[in-house]
Design a protein. Structure first.
Length: 142
């Protein structure tokens, strides 16, 4: 049921991720970020990382989540092909997320380099639930 699609936008990547739950939607948002960077089908799930994010609302949580994934790419070259958001909930008046991601470090001999992401932006960011499920729209500055 879940997935993501690229929406029309000028020089940036405008993405709508979706799923049957907040967890599935945020998983797909993360996969979309990696798909902008490379072909995720070429990433082997060799290494595991645990990520925790938080935010005062669902948009701030999405921003922190995507920013942490992007920082791992920028600092470690880590790319993920599988994401399991185990938990999204409210604790101490903050939304919290915990996820397990599987992937490997970028290898130029095996991974295609599509586009570099400069930043995650709050511009037009929206997380909402409708009759079809949960959707998250966000822009990545390329």
């Amino acid at each position: 049921m879940g997935g993501f699609r690229f929406l029309e936008h000028s020089a940036d990547a405008y993405i709508e991720a979706y799923g049957g739950s907040y967890e599935e939607c945020y998983e797909n948002a993360g996969l979309a970020l990696y798909e902008v960077i490379t072909d995720t089908s070429l990433i082997e799930p060799r290494d595991e990382r645990i990520i925790e994010a938080e935010g005062e609302d669902l948009e701030a949580l999405l921003y922190d989540w995507l920013e942490k994934l992007l920082i791992m790419v920028d600092i470690d070259g880590f790319l993920a092909s599988k994401i399991d958001v185990e938990y999204i909930g409210m604790e101490d008046d903050m939304y919290k997320l915990r996820a397990r991601i599987l992937g490997e470090v970028y290898d130029p001999r095996r991974h295609i380099s599509k586009t570099s992401i400069k930043a995650v932006t709050y511009h037009q960011m929206k997380v909402y639930k409708d009759e079809e499920g949960v959707k998250a729209r966000f822009i990545l500055d390329l």
